[in-house]
Design a protein around this ligand. Structure first.
Ligand code: UN1
Length: 503
């Protein structure tokens, strides 16, 4: 892979950016080059959109079960190439290899799930008010879909968008990675993911890839032939995409930030909670939108739980994620590391106590930061409200169940939350009262499965959901169909009484 230029995939051809410009994708653990990448501009994006528009003519008419068969082949090829793609992912964005395999597995799961949807894509019929008349609502494709996806789940998250969009008969222009200067962070793995679709027999132009930075994404959002934008990434970029797309009347699916919490009540299973919190807070180096960044803990259990968490944080092994014994990789780039470092000053200025971590981890190379635990955090502090996106957990002590729920719900985000308790009544009250899109009982805040809706309330999104059946809502339009076989004019709402008893 190394040193081979990663090209755009447009109309079934791998082509360099028309400007000839490139940027570099580097390994965050070693700071070595992974690959040079094509830096695309509006002309590349527009060519990709045109290719997608041309391919749509046939793809929308391809029977959905046939489209599903291609998705099954995608699932098979991804299974075959799982290790290869996972290794490239670890090299490009740093997550440990076992997690990278899980990322690819999530796309395999989605390919099977949406492949099966090829024989469902269900609409519905309902009775109509006139005799000799039939009514149904069917899901229709939309056209060209624009995808803008993040680097933290470089295969799983694009798969949540691509697979439902494709099975529904749409064509795609895919722009991976957020606009982290100087470009995106996972273009090489995105290209290998797209190659799987091409090798599975997806017709030319149905899925197109353009790599680049912020201006590439803007060109996609601004192209009038792109009717839907599906975005996952930072709140700042997401809101800017949303407003630009809204001005052009586009449908937008947004998945943005999170400030997820685990609540631990006094009656919880302590060992289980400690293990789950460690995984949810420090897995993927805290760079999941579902990562736990707040621990809301009842007073009684707090001392023992904190002791267990400090112990576990110290046992994490930092390093290059390709080493199977490593349990925490680096942050994705210098900018992400600088942000985490800045939050240590914020914490100090807010009077927070650092129980463990709090500093860069010096491994010679790479963007490593120690797993960090903040104690004495109060609801409303910046470290409690803002998404840090690193291995940093704030501990907030509470007196009661009610206070825990209140603290959990008092952030600008609403993606996922969790509660550890052995009390079934408390568990069901929590399900009722936690105002996030995903709720876990006795399980950390990460680990959503693809057959259920994924997304959040408040500032996390715009009310849309990914995955599950709800994914189809982003990529289809409803078409209501009325068939009158009476041979005469039957006016709905007007001729109903007159016709009563006739057939
Ligand atoms: C994300 O963090 O952007 O639930 C996605 C999880 C994963 C997906 C996370 N299945 O943590």
């Amino acid at each position: 892979m190394t040193n081979t230029l990663v090209k755009n995939f447009i109309g079934g051809e791998w082509v360099a950016a028309r400007s000839g410009e490139t940027f570099e994708s580097t390994n965050p653990a070693t700071e070595e080059l992974v690959a040079p990448i094509s830096k695309s501009g509006a002309e590349d994006v527009n060519a990709a959109v045109q290719a997608a528009k041309d391919a749509y003519k046939n793809w929308r008419l391809t029977p959905a079960p046939r489209r599903g068969e291609i998705l099954y082949r995608v699932a098979h090829l991804l299974t075959e190439r799982k290790e290869e793609i996972a290794r490239l992912m670890t090299q490009e964005m740093g997550k440990v290899i076992s997690e990278a395999r899980g990322d690819v597995q999530e796309a395999i799961d989605m390919a099977y799930y949406m492949g099966g949807e090829g024989r469902r894509l269900m609409g519905y019929t309902a009775p109509v008010e006139m005799p000799n008349k039939f009514g149904m609502a069917i899901r229709d494709s939309v056209g060209v879909i624009g995808l803008i996806t993040p680097w933290n789940f470089p295969v799983a998250v694009p798969s949540w968008k691509m697979l439902p969009a494709l099975i529904s008969g749409n064509t795609i222009v895919f722009k991976p990675g957020e606009d982290t200067p100087p470009g995106e962070d996972t273009p090489a793995v995105a290209a290998e993911f797209v190659r799987v679709f091409a090798d599975a027999g997806l017709p030319a132009g149905v899925l197109n890839l353009v790599t680049g930075a912020g201006e590439t994404g803007s060109a996609l959002v601004e192209n009038r032939d792109v009717r839907v934008i599906s975005f996952t990434g930072s709140t700042q970029t997401g809101l800017s995409v949303y407003s630009k797309a809204a001005a052009l009347g586009k449908k937008v699916t947004l998945e943005m930030g999170g400030k997820n919490a685990i609540i631990v009540l006094d009656d919880a299973n302590l060992d289980l909670a400690a293990e789950a919190i460690t995984w949810s807070a420090f897995g993927t180096t805290g760079q999941r939108c579902t990562a736990t960044s707040r621990l809301i803990v009842q007073k009684g259990i707090k001392p023992k739980l904190i002791e267990a968490l400090v112990e576990k944080a110290k046992l994490l092994k930092l390093g290059n994620g390709l080493d199977e014994s490593v349990t925490m990789g680096p942050l994705v780039n210098q900018k992400a590391l600088d942000k985490v470092v800045r939050y240590m000053d914020v914490a100090k200025s807010e009077g927070v106590k650092i129980l463990v971590g709090g500093e860069r981890a010096d491994l010679g190379k790479g963007y490593f930061f120690q797993p960090t635990l903040f104690d004495g955090v109060k609801q409303g502090m910046r470290v409690e409200q803002e998404e840090i996106f690193g291995p940093v957990l704030s501990v907030i002590e509470v007196e009661s169940f009610e206070e825990a729920i209140h603290v959990n719900n008092s952030t600008a985000y609403g993606l996922s939350s969790s509660i550890f308790t052995e009390n079934v009544n408390a568990a069901f009250r929590a399900i009722r009262d936690l105002t996030t899109g995903i709720v876990y009982i006795n399980h950390g805040t990460t680990g959503a499965e693809i057959q259920f809706p994924f997304g959040g309330t408040r500032g996390t999104g715009n009310g849309m959901r990914e995955a599950g059946q709800t994914a189809l809502d982003s990529f289809t339009e409803w078409k209501s169909v009325y068939v009158d076989f009476s041979g005469r004019l039957q006016r709905a709402q007007i001729d109903t009484d007159k016709i009563l008893g006739e057939n």
